[in-house]
Design a protein around this ligand. Structure first.
Ligand code: ADP
Ligand code: NA
Length: 323
């Protein structure tokens, strides 16, 4: 069985793009692969965080992951900071990565340009991400396109470490979701839907009430024609609605387009499909939110499970470098 590892940051609210682009896949993968899913709270610290809010978002995100169908008896679900081996191996990865190599990461360039305070952690974060992945002898890393470069770096670091110090790490590969799984902002369909403030009209949150989902989709930007077809370049708004309708109902965007001649019914059906998709997740989330101690217990068990592998890998890597 392949080993799968993926992580998600506890910043901002989980949105429909996260769900349809990543979390649905995670829930499927747990049954065909030996999967580990991690709430990467250490990565959130690369930019300033309010402590109480971070603690809250970490728990809430874990509850959403459970609500989307991750089964702690089938996969390993844990919080990054609960497994101290992540920071232990991160240092070895920082010392394996070249300064120039880290300096070429386009995400650092993008993000550091937007921040007032640029932490050292924002610069070295790909080394921590490499540690996250390599600790678990990971074969596959399901990620979005924006993480392609970081997984490439992880592969380079694993190969370099192995050739310097002898076989220590499994060299992982990135896997990407199908094209229709990329969900765009409803108000600016040329930009991907992303974590932003709760009221953002272009972002559907997994915890949005049905009325809110309906309103946001009803107001989604389309175009001046009235033809329904999947054509991302010429019709980004309509194509996004088709991606949403398709992904929410387990079809390709092209299949989802069949039978529509007007935007109104497409929007109504997309909204209904999203509401139906979110309903059981929200119901399960409400149960979990009512009993935070249960989630905390599940996460502690997950961390214990993860540590069994992580500590063996870290010990192997430390011995290899002479520690
Ligand atoms: P965000 O970009 O909103 O901060 P993350 O970077 O935490 O979200 O991403 C978590 C997962 O969700 C990643 O696998 C990422 O590729 C996926 N993802 C994020 N936004 C979208 C989107 N708009 N459409 C599809 N998948 C997405
Ligand atoms: Na991202």
């Amino acid at each position: 069985m392949p080993r799968v590892f993926s992580g998600i940051k506890p910043t901002g609210n989980v949105h429909l793009g996260n769900l349809l682009g990543a979390l649905v896949r995670w829930a499927d993968d747990q049954h065909r692969a030996d999967s580990l899913y991690c709430v990467v709270d250490l990565h959130a610290l690369t930019v300033p965080q309010d402590p109480a809010e971070l603690r809250d978002s970490t728990l809430r995100l874990a509850q959403i992951l459970l609500a989307t169908g991750l089964d702690p008896d089938v996969c390993t679900l844990f919080v990054q900071s609960h497994v101290p081996e992540h920071t232990g191996l991160a240092w070895l990865m920082e010392c394996t990565a070249g300064f120039g190599e880290l300096n070429r990461m386009t995400q650092f360039k993008d993000k550091s340009g937007k921040e007032g305070f640029v932490s050292g952690g924002l610069f070295t974060y790909p080394a921590l991400m490499a540690a996250d992945i390599l600790l678990y002898d990971t074969d596959e890393v399901p990620v979005g396109d924006d993480q392609r470069q970081h997984v490439e770096l992880t592969r380079d670091l694993a190969e370099r470490f192995n050739s310097r110090h002898g076989p220590t790490f499994t060299v992982p590969r990135a896997t990407f979701p199908p094209a229709g799984a990329r969900i765009m902002d409803l108000q600016d369909p040329t930009a991907k839907m992303s974590k932003s403030d709760d009221a953002a009209p272009g972002t559907i949150l997994v915890l949005d009430e049905p009325k809110v989902v309906e309103r946001k989709i009803k107001r989604a930007v389309t175009d001046a024609e009235s033809e329904v077809r999947f054509d991302v370049a010429a019709k980004p708004g309509v194509s996004n609605l088709l991606s949403i309708l398709g992904a929410a109902t387990g079809r390709s965007p092209e299949e989802a387009a069949a039978g529509y001649t007007q935007y109104g019914p497409l929007k109504a059906d997309a909204a209904a499909a999203v509401v139906a998709r979110l309903e059981p997740i929200q119901a399960r989330y409400a149960e979990l939110a009512a009993d935070p101690a249960e989630t905390t217990r599940l996460l502690a068990k997950g961390a214990e499970k993860a540590r069994a592998t992580a500590s063996a890998t870290l010990a192997r890597a430390q011995a290899a470098v002479g520690l």
